[in-house]
Ligand binder design. Structure first.
Ligand code: ADP
Ligand code: MG
Length: 288
């Protein structure tokens, strides 16, 4: 039988947007010393809108950049893909189908469009492949930037903006008051990671991390004696969510993340992480 305090707490949790799938994760929530946040969709709204477009080669107009980028993003569920598809729609660009589309893990996506290889990739990937191009000059504070590569040419870039969720500042401040360290972990660029981390007063950020590095980071924190919770939304967050002492998935995220995590934030609200820890403490204090 489920002890009454837990049954009560579970019902209360549901009211506060928490789905407790694994009781051990719930029990462990009161011991958290470090909370690692994935950026997109938890601390930010998770809706990317194209804010700027730039052609770097005269044969590619801005519409052509959107058309080719949208062709490869058509089958992706990444929030960046959604933002680019919306831009194509608003420009009324007719988007061709791409063939052999595949992810470049943690760095972008590629496919064949009208006989040419087209990819939409991170600044970090461009730095590796085109070391002479100046990338950082093209990124403004708070922007996520992706480059369009057509054949061997860097055709241009698309800047997208997401918004910090209105609930995030209070959530981070509450965690700080509880003595919990907060760290931002993201595959996105350093400039946007730093601006989110600084504006929320977090203890630090780790940017441009590849999916397998997310897992390594959790292990590293644990080996330093931290009791780690992680929030995440993507398929690529699943290994890190499984490794964390408390795995927290975002309701608006992928099913894989939700299946791996012990707790789901139904409303994707970071304030509900604070409720989780408070409920965990209240519940297990009563039992002892
Ligand atoms: P996170 O979930 O932390 O944002 P991801 O691994 O999903 O990290 O993405 C890391 C980076 O890889 C993105 O910021 C972007 O530059 C690039 N990327 C990933 N998927 C796509 C995509 N579908 N289209 C364009 N760029 C992508
Ligand atoms: Mg993600």
């Amino acid at each position: 039988a489920i002890p009454l305090v837990i049954a009560k707490s579970t019902a209360l949790s549901a009211k506060h947007g928490l789905l407790i799938k694994n009781r051990t994760d719930f029990e462990n929530s009161r011991k958290i010393t470090t909370l690692v946040f994935d950026k997109t969709g938890t601390l930010t709204v998770g809706r990317f809108e194209v804010s700027r477009l730039k052609s770097l080669e005269s044969e590619f107009s801005e519409n052509e950049i959107v058309r080719l980028a949208a062709a490869v993003e058509g089958s992706s569920e990444h929030p960046i893909a959604t933002g680019i598809m919306e831009k194509a729609k608003s420009l009324k660009v007719s988007v061709p189908a791409a063939q052999n589309v595949s992810a470049i893990t943690g760095k972008g996506i590629k496919g064949n469009v009208e006989g040419t290889e087209v990819s939409v990739v991170s600044p970090a990937f461009i730095k590796e492949q085109f070391p002479s191009l100046h990338i950082d000059d093209n990124i403004q504070t708070g922007e996520t930037v992706v480059y369009l590569v057509v054949g061997k040419t860097v055709a241009g870039y698309i800047a997208l903006a997401d918004q910090i969720r209105p609930e995030s500042p209070a959530a981070i401040a509450s965690l700080k008051k509880m003595g919990i360290k907060t760290i931002l972990l993201t595959g996105d660029n350093k400039i946007v990671a730093e601006s989110v981390s600084d504006s929320l007063g977090m203890d630090g950020f780790i940017a441009e991390v590849l999916p397998h590095q997310k897992l390594e980071k959790i292990k590293e924190l644990q080996s330093r004696g931290e009791f780690v919770a992680m929030t995440g939304d993507g398929i690529n967050d699943a290994p890190a969510l499984a490794q964390a002492n408390v795995g927290i998935a975002i309701g608006s995220g992928s099913d894989v993340a939700a299946a791996t995590a012990g707790i789901v934030l139904v409303n994707s609200n970071p304030q509900d992480v604070v409720s989780l820890i408070q409920f965990g403490k209240a519940t297990y204090r009563k039992m002892i």
